[in-house]
Design a protein around this ligand. Structure first.
Ligand code: PMP
Length: 426
């Protein structure tokens, strides 16, 4: 029995399903989750010190690789000054100024502790600002687990086959309109009928919770037009894409200005951090300036801000995203050649340092229905065989993968070589 199996059995005695977040349980691929002990650069090490090349990166935050010395030093330095004060600190303003500089659509920003909190708060703000209750989201997108947003959701909700959860009041779920990603006609039709009642559209500008689906040309700009026409708030959920696909987010990459943006993952550098921000006129509706209430005991925590700010400084170096994107392309190109050589139906999607792998003959994969039609069983065999080769991929066919600055050419080559072996077996 592996040490991970022993640790998992013990965990299940005290933690529901043994995990503090469902996908970690390997429910999407079967088997026992790997227990990690430490990580460095592109590698995670399990509790028996086996090394894996990591393409999960803590689900996105570790864009610099694990335990980057400058980030760790910033955390230690901050921790030594005390862990939390529940009062304003100067570093919160530095963080806010940095976010506003990198994402010019954000004029004011508030820090929170997770992506879920960010989207939940942005939604309340959009509803408070417009005085409307209905929201539009897209099937297969995941925006955290707050009630309004856990309707036909992606990520773990999809992996577990629980698109919407018991416990979400039907009356609230009824205010959530779920449309098909990349289907602008459905959006226009819905707004023609109900536009005056719709507070906001919330969208992942690159979908990363139903595997990785880029927006089709014209999709995001059409959302902008529809929101302008009906006075609805356009929310880009950039919890995953923010500082992952481009230094200026998906909004910079595609040249679209949302009204509100939600952030998480990379802005915390691995610490529990989220943020939401946007147009001054909307953000001024928040307490203490305005009537919409939102708060947090640990929001803007100085240690978390230190990790996040150090990360944002390091990714601001010129050329960072050119290199990250090129490296990710090299990985995907190599995987495609290896799959082709083995006669496996395979394709991939990529935006910046974010990618998706699909076992299918259909290309490109641009709709949720296509993702569902991929060969899930082959993915499971691929996942486990790659794990055996020391390559750690997301344990679900519905998650995006991530490359970090720390992945070397040798790591990419080793991954392609492992996949060449594995493709022959699956
Ligand atoms: N929005 C998006 C786009 C996400 O990818 C996630 C998490 N994967 C969330 C929101 C929720 O963030 P958190 O898990 O930090 O609550």
């Amino acid at each position: 029995m592996s040490l991970s199996s022993v640790l998992f059995s013990e965990a299940k005695k005290f933690i529901p399903g043994g995990v503090n977040s469902p996908v970690r349980s390997f429910s999407g691929v079967g088997g026992t989750p790997v227990y990690f002990d430490h990580a460095q650069g592109a590698y995670v090490f399990d509790s028996e010190n086996k090394r894996y090349i990591d393409y999960v990166g803590s689900w996105g935050p570790m864009i610099l690789g694990h335990a980057h010395p400058e980030v760790i030093a910033a955390v230690i330095q901050s921790a030594e000054k005390g862990l939390s004060f529940g009062a304003p600190t100067a570093i919160e303003t530095q963080m806010a100024a940095k976010i506003c500089a990198l994402l010019p659509s954000i004029e004011l920003v508030r820090m929170v502790n997770s992506g879920t909190e960010a989207t939940m708060s942005a939604l309340r703000l959009a509803r408070g600002y417009t005085g409307r209750d209905k929201i539009v989201k897209f099937e297969g997108c995941y925006h955290g687990h707050s009630d309004s947003l856990l309707v036909k959701a992606g990520s773990g909700a999809l992996t577990l086959g629980v698109p919407s959860s018991p416990g979400v009041p039907a009356a609230l779920a009824a205010e959530t309109i779920t449309l098909s990603y990349n289907d602008i006609d459905a959006v226009r039709q819905t707004f023609a009928e109900l536009g005056e009642q719709i507070a906001c559209i919330i969208v992942e500008p690159v979908a990363g919770n139903m595997n990785c689906i880029p927006p089709e040309p014209g999709f995001l700009v059409s959302l902008r037009e529809v929101c302008d026409q009906y006075g609805s708030v356009l929310i880009f959920d950039e919890v995953m894409t923010g500082f992952r696909v481009d230094l200026h987010g998906a909004q910079g990459l595609y040249g679209i200005t949302p009204d509100l943006t939600t952030l998480g993952k990379v802005i915390g550098g691995g610490m529990p951090v989220g943020a939401f921000g946007g147009k001054r006129a909307i953000m001024e509706y928040l307490a203490p300036l305005g009537p919409v209430y939102q708060a947090g005991t640990l929001s803007g925590n100085p240690v978390a801000m230190a990790a996040g700010l150090a990360t944002l400084e390091l990714i601001s170096v010129p050329g960072f995203y050119v290199e990250l994107t090129a490296k990710t392309s090299r990985l995907l190109h190599g995987l495609q050649l290896a799959a082709d050589a083995a006669g496996i139906g395979f394709t991939s999607n990529q935006v910046g340092g974010m990618f998706g792998l699909f076992f299918t003959d259909q290309t490109p994969v641009s709709r949720f229905s296509q993702v569902l039609a991929c060969d899930q069983e082959r993915f499971k065999r691929f996942f486990h065989a790659m794990l055996g080769q020391g390559i750690y991929l997301a344990p679900s066919a519905f998650e995006a993968g991530f490359v970090s600055q720390a992945h070397s050419d040798a790591d990419i080559a080793a991954t392609i070589s492992a996949a060449a072996t594995v493709f022959q077996q699956i």
